[in-house]
Design a protein around this ligand. Sequence first.
Ligand code: SF4
Ligand code: SF4
Length: 584
Amino acid sequence: MTRIAVIEKEKCNPKACGDYLCIRICPINRTGEECIVKGEDSKAKINTELCTGCGICPKRCPYSAIHIVNLPEALDQEPIHRYGKNGFHLYSLPTPMFGKVVGVLGVNGIGKSTAIKILAGILKPNLGREKESEFSELVQYFKGSEAQLFFEKVRDGKIRIGYKPQMIELIPKSFKGKVIDLLRKVDEKNKLDEIVDMLDLKDFLDTDISKVSGGELQRVAIAATVLKDANLYIFDEPTSYLDIKQRIKVSKFIRNLADENTAVIAVEHDLIILDYMADLVNIMYGEKGAYGIVSLPKPTKAGINVFLEGYLKEDNIRFRDAQIKFTPRMPTKEVEKPLLISWSMIKKKLGDFELHAEEGKLRKRDVCGILGENGIGKTTFAKIMAGVLDKDSGMMDNIIRVSYKPQYLESSSDELVASFLHNAITKFEVQLVRPLNLKDLFEKKLNELSGGELQKVAIAHCLSQDADLYLLDEPSAYLDVEQRLLVSKIMRDMMEQGHKSCLVVDHDLLFIDYLSDEIIVFDGKPARHGSVHGPFSMAGGMNRFLEGLNITMRRDAESHRPRINKPESQMDRKQKSEGKLYYS
Ligand code: SF4
Ligand code: SF4
């Protein structure tokens, strides 16, 4: 059995743990040998030849920085890449296939971006050694698999790559100028006009790249990628910041890129969109921060169900203790819930934009999802409810305390997480701190957190405030599938137990489906006017919302997760003719 030892260096804090606690407690060190030593970078370093795998140091390290892992027997091979001696190990890679969109599905910290960067040629793998490998060695490493053919083509200069990185926020830092200038610069195919049309970029072509919104920047990044004359297109999280309408449009666009001469790979956390976009999926599993393994490709529907189940039958590997379950929604019993707040005829004008909210009410213990396009006033409405923004006219019948998590998170503060989360730590250890694994972040400053870490901290902060209503704007951003579903459960439980209410603006329909009792729908024209309708029942709200998108949804027979029907399929036509666009 192969054993690996990994130290997450950013977590290792020898001064704070009591001067190399692990060195002092390791039974091998206590016999006088040097199993754990002080590394050149002052962090702990483990000699795997001496380590017996007793499991003491991972349990005792107060920062969960150590992983000692016995790898599955089938994995008797060197990693494709290793970040230093005690660093993260990646085994195998997703497989690009001509004519197909291959999706990559896995939790954060499992090596998805590393794998993608290797395929994109940005990171040269080292096969677990100290130096980069030659292509001939990679061909040898993958002998007998699809990946061998791929690396042969790379070696022979037959693969040209277009790559959209995950962190689109960095684009304005490396390029200054207007959107059109950036796109002209990269247009190797001479297809600028066509792509601008397909991705709806016309309205902001002359805008400076530093001024466009997140959703616009994402579409610019996708356009810049496909304007490259490539035969392998790689998209790392192509739908972050996009609303549902844009997600569907972009998924169709990405699907259509794959042909006999073009392969596409996409990492995506929105399962409904991944299902819609990909032909096959590679599941990535392992241990966060320690190692990652890529499964063989599976047809998308089966692959997503295997991921939710957490069990790879052919390898007999359980990679998650519990199955993620979706239960078909039963017609909700009309339980009398006390009224929290009601509103009528609210109006707000902001520059050229006008918001109008008819009549609505929220009751205690309601968890209400908010759906609508970008730029249609969802955040404005949330801010009015939160009292952060004044309304011009209209009525709200109650004064309630509101705790608000904004869409874009500020991370410039150097306050420690432990101090920022004081309320959560003192009052919600069981409900928030433990399930969200926040303890490991306590010693970090807010401005040192990754997108996903900052999102978890912001959610915990919002939910730990003393309030009547919790408004969370896009809490799924930067979270992986498991974290999204965990956050939904936490919110539902806290609202039920505390007799509080929650409004959640989000674009991930699976997340909204998992979370909500009711739905508020926004319609109108982005940047011009928006109207607020509801709350409706789930079926009523989703029906109204899906009508605007011209799609229908059903539940998967096996996993009960929501899926989009193929346009014009039998189910699609049946559901449309019955006026039931959303499964019940
Ligand atoms: Fe201390 Fe943990 Fe680092 Fe060892 S790995 S030095 S116990 S923080
Ligand atoms: Fe020492 Fe290995 Fe045991 Fe850790 S797991 S205490 S390194 S023998």
